[in-house]
Design a protein around this ligand. Sequence first.
Ligand code: AP5
Length: 217
Amino acid sequence: MRVVILGAPGAGKGTHAKYLESRYNLPHVSTGDILRQAVDDQTPLGQMASAYMSKGELVPDTLMLDLIRERLTRPDCRVGFVLDGFPRTIAQAEGLERLMEKTLGGGLDAVVFIRVPHDVIVQRLAGRRACKHCGRLYHTAFVPSVNEGICDSCGGELYQRDDDREEMISARLEVFEKQTAPLIEYYRHRRLLSEVDGVGGLEEVRDRIVGVLGLRA
Ligand code: AP5
């Protein structure tokens, strides 16, 4: 199954994509995670991307399309994948369509849009923490770790992303509304879109996503 999870920053894309990976063995492809790793490793891609990411802006489409082509043509994606954070512009969606038709054989099976109001998003991003070692996601109030600052899974240190600072959150939400929200109509028009209410507990939202994808719980 080839799925795109669409949603504003903090909507829960990463949280639910990780679940789909662990439960259904679908590789979770997060362009944000790939870019953050490239920035940490100071690769040429990371050096180019960091100027955009530090302002909450989108990395140019050409770079993103090269990155996604390289990732989706790896053998693990033959079984399918869950895309989190890509596409983010109409140009990226068109590039993905071309890549899938020409190189991957066939198109997407579904696009799930997780709708969450802005006030909830701000709360979620402000409290988000991630494990430096394994990437597991937490929230200081909604999904706390047992021991503060330490990952329950691997004992790694939890950190707050630079772009989760309050002043960056509104910039990212603005970018979403202007550049990414048009994808909702784009995929609705192609009859691929399912919209899911992203407000509610983790398991509640997860069940809605599993339901619209027609997967066995
Ligand atoms: P990226 O990493 O993709 O960030 P994002 O889209 O802003 O999304 P987030 O990771 O912030 O949120 P999420 O929806 O995954 O929410 P999460 O599950 O963590 O991109 C970062 C940057 O990289 C971009 O700004 C851009 O510069 C660049 N970039 C990336 N892709 C690009 C592309 N394709 N083109 C150009 N540039 C690109 O959940 C958030 C929090 O809420 C967590 O703490 C979680 O525990 C909690 N939570 C989730 N669901 C619930 C719930 N139901 N109840 C309570 N808490 C919940």
